[in-house]
Design a protein around this ligand. Sequence first.
Ligand code: ATP
Ligand code: MG
Length: 398
Amino acid sequence: MAVKFDTVIVRLGGEIGIKSEWTRKSYESLILKNIKKALTFHNIDFKEFLHYPGRIYIKTEMPIKASEKLAKVFGISSISPAIETTSNLEDIEQKSLELAKEKLNENAKFAVRCRRVGAHTYTSMDVCRKVGQILLDKLAERKLKVDLENPDVEIQIEVREDKAYIYSEALIGPGGFPLGAQPKLVCLLSGGIDSPVACWLVMKRGAPITPIYFDNYPFTDETTLKRAMKVAEKLAEWAIGHSMKLYIVPHGSNLIEIKEKCPERLTCILCKRMMYRIAQEIAHKEKAEGIVTGESIGEQASQTLWNLKVLNEAARQYPVYRPLIGFDKVETEKIAKRIGTYEISIQKAKGCEAVPKKPATKASLKMVLEAEKALDIETMVRRSVRNAKILDVAKKRT
Ligand code: ATP
Ligand code: MG
């Protein structure tokens, strides 16, 4: 019969542990809330929560599913489905044997590890030796080998006061701080590879997001919009229990005006400056504290340091955060794959046709301000904000 896990061990991010007592407690209680919301959302019932500094033990009938879902809760560093038993050494031996029978194949190299909190009649080392010997004896026909340096399988035992937990696997969580530990940020979300990663990185540090997609139709089409919506839905899976609105801002008319009235080489910079200005208005409306973009140095013509400086000048009321500023593309792609947005971002979508053949890589503020004299910026911003559609992404998540 398969071993029956009945508990999930949740380990909290190491950085939370070094916070002041007050901050640590408030972060941990926020993680607890987020965990309960995630479990409830996924219809996973849970009976008991034991909370210690840095660790939470959850009793549940669905520990495997719970572990998978909790791997998307910020502030958690790892999760293990475990078997709970008493701190009685015979019970520990018996449950360890049950787990080992399932996990150790013939010729497997294994290690028994033990950590202990509380007063017991044995040491951690006693537990490791005793359990290790029992596994070798009782499973002798499997020709197991102890290998403390490089085991195939680790049988892990955590003894805590009058209880003990046995497990062998750990799922990696995202780490970081609980969502909600920081105020909201608005994020420029194009749906390409970069901006979803930028969104996720600020969420990882505790900031809920309000993504904004600028719809450049007729220079893009439905495929680009749909991709952005799907990406937003994917990001919402990392924010269970938190609302997530997606702003869809009609931006094509702004682009048409820019193309008609301004030097072609400046199109992308002027377009982006409009995005920043509109994002500021939405940030104000949403009570957000800053703007996030997926820009990194030199990744596109509009992202040279000269051009980023000119972009910043368009957003004087809010800081612009660029979590990817020093990332190479491969580094960004690695995170995109890990968080599930990469596959969506590489789906075929129409690229913006307003991009000029020779975009300016070294714009100056003087040059840009001169070009913008031809535009009625205030009216354009107001019109865009007024006509923005707001989608409740949280409603669509699964
Ligand atoms: P990405 O990979 O995120 O699509 P990109 O490499 O295509 O970006 P740019 O087009 O220069 O680069 O965009 C830089 C940043 O500006 C993006 O990461 C995103 O934050 C924002 N941005 C660009 N286009 C849009 C859009 N249509 N809607 C919302 N944000 C956008
Ligand atoms: Mg990019």
